[in-house]
Write a protein that binds this ligand. Sequence first.
Ligand SMILES: [Zn+2]
Ligand SMILES: [Zn+2]
Length: 61
Amino acid sequence: MKCKPCDGTGKSKCADCNGDGLGYGHGKCMACNGSGLIECTQCDATGKVSLFRWMNLKKAE
Ligand SMILES: [Zn+2]
Ligand SMILES: [Zn+2]
């Protein structure tokens, strides 16, 4: 199943910098190393989730 939070890309927008890769006046964001993207935790950056996991996510919604 395609991972929903990252839409199958395996990456999700960095919440610390809101995706722009910049920290608070200190150059690049430390959380995502300036890329603005972090590895998706839902799918471990694979872009896919197992059906079992997908069902659990569904339930949690
Ligand atoms: Zn960031
Ligand atoms: Zn994902």
